[in-house]
Design a protein around this ligand. Structure first.
Ligand code: FE2
Length: 372
Protein backbone atom coordinates (compact mmCIF):
# COMPACT_ATOMS: atom_id res chain seq x y z
CA UNK A 1 0.00 0.00 0.00
CA UNK A 2 1.08 3.58 -0.56
CA UNK A 3 0.00 6.83 1.07
CA UNK A 4 -1.44 9.30 -1.42
CA UNK A 5 -2.14 12.92 -0.46
CA UNK A 6 -5.78 13.80 -1.23
CA UNK A 7 -4.73 16.27 -3.96
CA UNK A 8 -3.19 13.40 -5.91
CA UNK A 9 -6.03 10.86 -5.69
CA UNK A 10 -7.39 9.60 -9.00
CA UNK A 11 -10.45 7.64 -10.06
CA UNK A 12 -9.73 3.93 -10.31
CA UNK A 13 -7.44 3.78 -7.26
CA UNK A 14 -8.59 1.29 -4.56
CA UNK A 15 -8.51 2.02 -0.83
CA UNK A 16 -6.12 -0.10 1.24
CA UNK A 17 -7.79 0.85 4.57
CA UNK A 18 -11.27 1.79 5.75
CA UNK A 19 -11.98 5.50 6.23
CA UNK A 20 -13.66 5.76 9.64
CA UNK A 21 -15.89 8.72 10.33
CA UNK A 22 -17.17 8.20 13.83
CA UNK A 23 -18.07 6.01 16.78
CA UNK A 24 -20.73 3.42 16.02
CA UNK A 25 -20.98 4.59 12.42
CA UNK A 26 -20.12 2.48 9.41
CA UNK A 27 -16.88 3.56 7.71
CA UNK A 28 -17.31 6.25 5.03
CA UNK A 29 -15.55 3.93 2.59
CA UNK A 30 -14.16 0.45 3.13
CA UNK A 31 -10.93 -1.27 2.17
CA UNK A 32 -10.96 -2.32 -1.49
CA UNK A 33 -13.40 0.41 -2.55
CA UNK A 34 -12.48 1.77 -5.99
CA UNK A 35 -12.50 5.56 -5.96
CA UNK A 36 -14.79 7.55 -8.22
CA UNK A 37 -14.66 11.35 -8.72
CA UNK A 38 -17.60 11.57 -6.27
CA UNK A 39 -15.78 9.64 -3.54
CA UNK A 40 -12.64 11.76 -4.08
CA UNK A 41 -14.76 14.89 -3.66
CA UNK A 42 -16.19 13.52 -0.40
CA UNK A 43 -12.67 12.81 0.92
CA UNK A 44 -11.64 16.37 -0.03
CA UNK A 45 -14.74 17.83 1.65
CA UNK A 46 -13.79 16.07 4.90
CA UNK A 47 -10.36 17.77 4.80
CA UNK A 48 -8.65 14.37 4.96
CA UNK A 49 -4.91 14.82 4.30
CA UNK A 50 -4.49 11.60 2.36
CA UNK A 51 -5.41 7.92 2.28
CA UNK A 52 -3.75 4.54 1.82
CA UNK A 53 -4.20 3.08 -1.65
CA UNK A 54 -3.58 -0.48 -2.84
CA UNK A 55 -0.58 -0.85 -5.08
CA UNK A 56 0.33 -4.13 -6.82
CA UNK A 57 3.93 -2.93 -7.01
CA UNK A 58 4.12 -2.23 -3.26
CA UNK A 59 1.86 -5.00 -1.97
CA UNK A 60 4.45 -5.97 0.64
CA UNK A 61 4.51 -2.47 2.19
CA UNK A 62 2.01 -2.67 5.02
CA UNK A 63 1.07 -0.26 7.79
CA UNK A 64 0.71 -2.03 11.12
CA UNK A 65 -1.98 -0.90 13.55
CA UNK A 66 -0.68 0.77 16.72
CA UNK A 67 -3.61 -0.62 18.70
CA UNK A 68 -6.04 -3.26 17.48
CA UNK A 69 -9.12 -2.03 15.68
CA UNK A 70 -11.33 -3.84 18.19
CA UNK A 71 -9.71 -2.13 21.19
CA UNK A 72 -9.84 1.24 19.45
CA UNK A 73 -13.60 0.92 18.84
CA UNK A 74 -14.20 -0.32 22.38
CA UNK A 75 -12.13 2.55 23.80
CA UNK A 76 -13.92 5.21 21.76
CA UNK A 77 -17.35 3.88 22.74
CA UNK A 78 -16.41 3.96 26.45
CA UNK A 79 -14.80 7.41 26.30
CA UNK A 80 -17.88 8.80 24.56
CA UNK A 81 -20.20 7.29 27.16
CA UNK A 82 -18.17 8.64 30.11
CA UNK A 83 -17.79 12.13 28.60
CA UNK A 84 -21.48 12.35 27.73
CA UNK A 85 -22.51 11.23 31.24
CA UNK A 86 -20.24 13.88 32.71
CA UNK A 87 -21.87 16.57 30.59
CA UNK A 88 -25.20 15.74 32.29
CA UNK A 89 -24.11 15.11 35.89
CA UNK A 90 -21.94 16.99 38.35
CA UNK A 91 -19.54 14.22 39.19
CA UNK A 92 -17.83 11.39 37.38
CA UNK A 93 -19.01 8.14 38.91
CA UNK A 94 -16.32 5.90 40.42
CA UNK A 95 -17.50 3.10 38.16
CA UNK A 96 -16.71 5.30 35.12
CA UNK A 97 -13.25 6.05 36.46
CA UNK A 98 -12.64 2.33 36.97
CA UNK A 99 -13.59 1.82 33.31
CA UNK A 100 -11.08 4.51 32.30
CA UNK A 101 -8.42 2.81 34.38
CA UNK A 102 -9.16 -0.61 32.83
CA UNK A 103 -9.06 0.99 29.39
CA UNK A 104 -5.69 2.56 30.21
CA UNK A 105 -4.35 -0.89 31.24
CA UNK A 106 -5.58 -2.49 28.01
CA UNK A 107 -3.98 0.24 25.90
CA UNK A 108 -0.65 -0.18 27.68
CA UNK A 109 -0.75 -4.00 27.26
CA UNK A 110 -1.74 -3.71 23.61
CA UNK A 111 0.94 -1.17 22.73
CA UNK A 112 3.74 -2.89 24.66
CA UNK A 113 2.96 -6.18 22.92
CA UNK A 114 3.60 -4.48 19.59
CA UNK A 115 7.29 -4.73 18.73
CA UNK A 116 7.31 -1.76 16.42
CA UNK A 117 6.05 1.01 18.59
CA UNK A 118 6.10 3.85 16.12
CA UNK A 119 2.87 5.72 15.49
CA UNK A 120 1.89 6.15 11.89
CA UNK A 121 -0.18 9.26 11.39
CA UNK A 122 -3.22 7.94 9.56
CA UNK A 123 -3.57 4.80 11.60
CA UNK A 124 -4.99 6.69 14.58
CA UNK A 125 -7.37 9.05 12.91
CA UNK A 126 -11.12 8.98 12.97
CA UNK A 127 -12.48 11.80 10.92
CA UNK A 128 -15.29 12.74 13.27
CA UNK A 129 -16.03 12.70 17.01
CA UNK A 130 -12.92 14.80 17.53
CA UNK A 131 -12.99 15.04 21.34
CA UNK A 132 -13.14 11.28 21.84
CA UNK A 133 -10.67 10.25 19.17
CA UNK A 134 -8.37 13.05 20.37
CA UNK A 135 -8.45 11.67 23.94
CA UNK A 136 -7.58 8.21 22.66
CA UNK A 137 -4.78 9.47 20.38
CA UNK A 138 -3.27 11.54 23.20
CA UNK A 139 -3.35 8.44 25.42
CA UNK A 140 -1.61 6.30 22.78
CA UNK A 141 1.05 8.94 22.07
CA UNK A 142 1.61 9.48 25.80
CA UNK A 143 2.12 5.73 26.38
CA UNK A 144 4.72 5.69 23.59
CA UNK A 145 6.52 8.73 25.02
CA UNK A 146 6.39 7.25 28.54
CA UNK A 147 7.77 3.92 27.35
CA UNK A 148 10.74 5.71 25.70
CA UNK A 149 11.29 7.55 29.00
CA UNK A 150 11.59 4.16 30.72
CA UNK A 151 8.25 4.13 32.58
CA UNK A 152 7.02 0.79 33.93
CA UNK A 153 3.51 -0.56 33.35
CA UNK A 154 1.94 0.99 36.46
CA UNK A 155 3.20 4.48 35.61
CA UNK A 156 2.24 4.10 31.94
CA UNK A 157 -1.24 3.10 32.94
CA UNK A 158 -1.64 6.16 35.21
CA UNK A 159 -0.29 8.36 32.41
CA UNK A 160 -2.81 6.88 29.95
CA UNK A 161 -5.60 7.48 32.47
CA UNK A 162 -4.59 11.14 32.78
CA UNK A 163 -4.47 11.44 28.98
CA UNK A 164 -7.91 9.86 28.50
CA UNK A 165 -9.38 12.36 30.97
CA UNK A 166 -7.32 15.47 30.09
CA UNK A 167 -10.03 17.30 28.15
CA UNK A 168 -13.04 16.05 30.14
CA UNK A 169 -13.66 19.62 31.36
CA UNK A 170 -14.48 20.67 27.78
CA UNK A 171 -17.83 18.93 28.24
CA UNK A 172 -18.74 21.87 30.55
CA UNK A 173 -17.71 24.57 28.06
CA UNK A 174 -20.32 26.13 25.81
CA UNK A 175 -20.45 24.12 22.59
CA UNK A 176 -20.59 27.37 20.59
CA UNK A 177 -17.18 28.32 21.95
CA UNK A 178 -15.76 24.82 21.37
CA UNK A 179 -16.88 24.72 17.75
CA UNK A 180 -16.26 28.36 16.87
CA UNK A 181 -14.30 28.62 13.66
CA UNK A 182 -13.18 32.25 14.07
CA UNK A 183 -10.74 33.50 16.66
CA UNK A 184 -12.18 33.42 20.19
CA UNK A 185 -12.90 36.74 21.92
CA UNK A 186 -11.04 37.44 25.14
CA UNK A 187 -14.10 36.49 27.15
CA UNK A 188 -14.62 33.23 25.22
CA UNK A 189 -10.95 32.34 25.59
CA UNK A 190 -11.04 32.85 29.35
CA UNK A 191 -14.10 30.57 29.54
CA UNK A 192 -12.27 27.94 27.45
CA UNK A 193 -9.21 28.19 29.69
CA UNK A 194 -11.25 26.93 32.63
CA UNK A 195 -11.59 23.37 31.28
CA UNK A 196 -8.48 21.86 32.98
CA UNK A 197 -9.48 23.18 36.42
CA UNK A 198 -13.16 22.24 36.06
CA UNK A 199 -12.22 18.60 35.38
CA UNK A 200 -9.53 18.61 38.09
CA UNK A 201 -11.93 19.89 40.77
CA UNK A 202 -14.56 17.29 39.91
CA UNK A 203 -12.18 14.36 39.48
CA UNK A 204 -10.36 14.95 42.77
CA UNK A 205 -13.64 14.47 44.68
CA UNK A 206 -13.74 10.82 43.63
CA UNK A 207 -10.58 10.02 45.69
CA UNK A 208 -9.72 7.01 43.55
CA UNK A 209 -7.35 8.70 41.12
CA UNK A 210 -3.66 9.11 42.04
CA UNK A 211 -2.48 12.72 42.41
CA UNK A 212 -0.21 12.37 39.34
CA UNK A 213 -3.28 11.65 37.17
CA UNK A 214 -5.08 14.71 38.54
CA UNK A 215 -1.98 16.88 38.08
CA UNK A 216 -1.77 15.89 34.40
CA UNK A 217 -5.39 16.92 33.83
CA UNK A 218 -4.99 20.22 35.69
CA UNK A 219 -1.70 21.28 34.08
CA UNK A 220 -1.80 20.00 30.48
CA UNK A 221 -1.98 23.57 29.13
CA UNK A 222 1.01 24.82 31.12
CA UNK A 223 3.96 25.68 28.87
CA UNK A 224 7.67 25.21 29.51
CA UNK A 225 8.41 28.98 29.34
CA UNK A 226 5.64 29.80 31.83
CA UNK A 227 3.25 31.17 29.21
CA UNK A 228 0.52 28.54 29.74
CA UNK A 229 -2.43 28.23 32.09
CA UNK A 230 -4.02 27.89 34.67
CA UNK A 231 -1.08 28.75 36.94
CA UNK A 232 1.64 29.91 34.55
CA UNK A 233 4.04 27.22 35.84
CA UNK A 234 7.37 26.83 34.04
CA UNK A 235 10.06 24.16 33.49
CA UNK A 236 10.19 21.42 36.14
CA UNK A 237 7.45 23.11 38.16
CA UNK A 238 5.07 21.59 35.61
CA UNK A 239 4.17 18.03 36.73
CA UNK A 240 5.82 15.35 34.56
CA UNK A 241 2.54 13.88 33.26
CA UNK A 242 1.41 17.35 32.19
CA UNK A 243 4.67 17.97 30.29
CA UNK A 244 4.09 14.71 28.40
CA UNK A 245 0.40 15.42 27.76
CA UNK A 246 1.25 18.88 26.41
CA UNK A 247 3.41 17.35 23.66
CA UNK A 248 0.90 14.62 22.76
CA UNK A 249 -2.04 17.05 22.91
CA UNK A 250 -0.56 19.70 20.60
CA UNK A 251 0.82 17.13 18.15
CA UNK A 252 -2.51 15.35 17.80
CA UNK A 253 -4.43 18.62 17.50
CA UNK A 254 -2.36 19.94 14.61
CA UNK A 255 -2.28 16.62 12.75
CA UNK A 256 -6.08 16.19 12.99
CA UNK A 257 -8.56 17.18 10.33
CA UNK A 258 -11.03 19.76 11.56
CA UNK A 259 -14.01 21.27 9.80
CA UNK A 260 -12.19 24.60 9.53
CA UNK A 261 -8.67 23.57 8.61
CA UNK A 262 -6.67 20.81 7.03
CA UNK A 263 -4.41 18.64 9.16
CA UNK A 264 -0.65 19.07 9.02
CA UNK A 265 1.51 16.22 7.77
CA UNK A 266 3.57 14.47 10.47
CA UNK A 267 6.87 15.94 9.25
CA UNK A 268 5.46 19.49 9.31
CA UNK A 269 4.00 19.01 12.78
CA UNK A 270 7.24 17.52 14.12
CA UNK A 271 9.21 20.47 12.76
CA UNK A 272 6.83 22.82 14.60
CA UNK A 273 7.17 20.83 17.83
CA UNK A 274 10.97 20.82 17.66
CA UNK A 275 11.05 24.56 16.95
CA UNK A 276 9.21 24.98 20.26
CA UNK A 277 11.67 22.97 22.37
CA UNK A 278 12.22 24.73 25.72
CA UNK A 279 9.62 27.33 24.67
CA UNK A 280 6.37 25.40 24.79
CA UNK A 281 7.75 21.94 25.45
CA UNK A 282 10.33 20.11 27.56
CA UNK A 283 13.19 19.06 25.27
CA UNK A 284 13.73 15.70 27.01
CA UNK A 285 10.08 14.82 26.43
CA UNK A 286 10.34 15.95 22.80
CA UNK A 287 13.31 13.62 22.29
CA UNK A 288 11.24 10.68 23.58
CA UNK A 289 8.34 11.81 21.40
CA UNK A 290 10.56 11.90 18.31
CA UNK A 291 11.51 8.27 18.96
CA UNK A 292 7.82 7.31 19.06
CA UNK A 293 6.30 9.01 16.03
CA UNK A 294 6.97 8.30 12.39
CA UNK A 295 8.22 11.50 10.75
CA UNK A 296 7.39 9.93 7.40
CA UNK A 297 4.79 7.16 7.83
CA UNK A 298 5.20 3.81 6.06
CA UNK A 299 4.03 4.04 2.44
CA UNK A 300 5.05 7.72 2.04
CA UNK A 301 7.11 8.82 -0.98
CA UNK A 302 10.05 11.03 0.04
CA UNK A 303 12.86 12.99 -1.60
CA UNK A 304 16.46 12.20 -0.63
CA UNK A 305 19.35 14.67 -0.35
CA UNK A 306 20.95 13.09 -3.46
CA UNK A 307 17.84 13.97 -5.52
CA UNK A 308 16.44 10.42 -5.65
CA UNK A 309 12.87 9.45 -4.71
CA UNK A 310 12.16 6.66 -2.22
CA UNK A 311 9.28 4.92 -0.49
CA UNK A 312 9.26 4.43 3.30
CA UNK A 313 9.06 0.67 3.92
CA UNK A 314 9.57 0.44 7.68
CA UNK A 315 10.09 2.85 10.55
CA UNK A 316 12.55 1.97 13.30
CA UNK A 317 11.52 2.52 16.91
CA UNK A 318 13.91 4.94 18.54
CA UNK A 319 15.25 6.29 15.27
CA UNK A 320 12.42 7.43 13.07
CA UNK A 321 14.65 9.72 10.97
CA UNK A 322 16.52 6.68 9.59
CA UNK A 323 13.82 4.33 8.25
CA UNK A 324 14.13 1.43 5.82
CA UNK A 325 13.49 2.78 2.31
CA UNK A 326 13.21 1.55 -1.27
CA UNK A 327 14.58 3.89 -3.95
CA UNK A 328 12.34 4.31 -6.99
CA UNK A 329 14.14 4.88 -10.27
CA UNK A 330 12.73 7.21 -12.96
CA UNK A 331 11.44 4.23 -14.96
CA UNK A 332 9.39 3.09 -11.92
CA UNK A 333 11.62 0.14 -10.97
CA UNK A 334 12.98 -0.13 -7.44
CA UNK A 335 16.15 -1.00 -5.58
CA UNK A 336 16.34 -3.57 -2.80
CA UNK A 337 15.34 -2.27 0.63
CA UNK A 338 17.96 0.02 2.17
CA UNK A 339 18.27 0.42 5.93
CA UNK A 340 19.35 4.04 6.42
CA UNK A 341 20.42 3.24 9.96
CA UNK A 342 22.97 0.58 9.04
CA UNK A 343 23.79 0.88 5.32
CA UNK A 344 27.19 2.52 5.17
CA UNK A 345 26.76 3.66 1.54
CA UNK A 346 23.87 5.86 2.60
CA UNK A 347 25.34 7.26 5.78
CA UNK A 348 25.44 10.83 4.44
CA UNK A 349 22.08 10.66 2.64
CA UNK A 350 19.15 12.28 4.41
CA UNK A 351 15.44 12.58 3.75
CA UNK A 352 14.72 16.16 2.74
CA UNK A 353 10.91 16.10 2.48
CA UNK A 354 7.83 14.58 0.95
CA UNK A 355 7.80 13.81 -2.75
CA UNK A 356 5.03 15.65 -4.60
CA UNK A 357 5.86 14.34 -8.06
CA UNK A 358 2.51 12.92 -9.16
CA UNK A 359 3.78 10.20 -11.51
CA UNK A 360 5.12 8.21 -8.54
CA UNK A 361 1.63 8.12 -7.04
CA UNK A 362 0.32 6.07 -9.97
CA UNK A 363 2.74 3.16 -9.48
CA UNK A 364 0.75 -0.06 -9.41
CA UNK A 365 -2.47 1.67 -8.38
CA UNK A 366 -4.54 1.02 -11.51
CA UNK A 367 -5.74 4.63 -11.65
CA UNK A 368 -7.70 5.39 -14.79
CA UNK A 369 -8.05 9.12 -14.55
CA UNK A 370 -5.11 11.32 -15.45
CA UNK A 371 -6.52 14.41 -13.73
CA UNK A 372 -5.09 15.41 -10.37
FE1 FE2 B 1 -7.11 20.84 26.85
Amino acid sequence: MIFIPTDHLKAGMALAMDIDIGIGKLPLLTKGQVLTPGFIQRIQDLNITGVYIESSQFEDVVVKETVSRKLKQEALTNIKKIFENYSRKTLVADVSLRTVSELANSLVENILSNEEIVVNLSDLKDHDDYTYSHSLSVAILSIMIGSHLGFGKRLLSDLACSALLHDLGKMRIDIKILNKQDKLTEEEFSAMKKHPVIAYEHLKKSKILPSSVLAGVESHHERFDGSGYPKGLGGDEIPLFARILAVADVYDAITSNRAYRKAWFANEAIEYMMANAEIQFDYDILKAFLKSVAVYPVGTFVKLSNGQTALIVKNQPGNTLRPVIRIIRDDGTCTEDIDLLSNFNYISITITGRCCDSHFFDLGTGSSDTRN
